[in-house]
Design a protein around this ligand. Sequence first.
Ligand SMILES: [Zn+2]
Length: 71
Amino acid sequence: MTAENTSSSVTRVVQCPSCSKPVVWGAAATYKPFCSDRCRLLDLGAWASEKYAIPAATPPDLDDFDTAKTD
Ligand SMILES: [Zn+2]
C-alpha cells in the first residue's frame, strides 16, 4: 500500500497485438491496445475467421433441461 507517484502520469507503452509495434497507452491511444484502426480490424477479422472455423454445435440437452423443471 504505497502511495507514491499518484499525481505523475506514467507513460506506459504496450505492444500492438497485431503488428507488435509500440503503442503509447494513454488517452490519445484511440485504438488501444492496437496501434491503429487497421490493426484493430485485422485482429477482429482474425477473431471472426477463427470463430467461423469452429462448427456451431447445437446443445444436445436443451430438451432435457426443459423437461427437467417439473414443478
Ligand atoms: Zn499495429
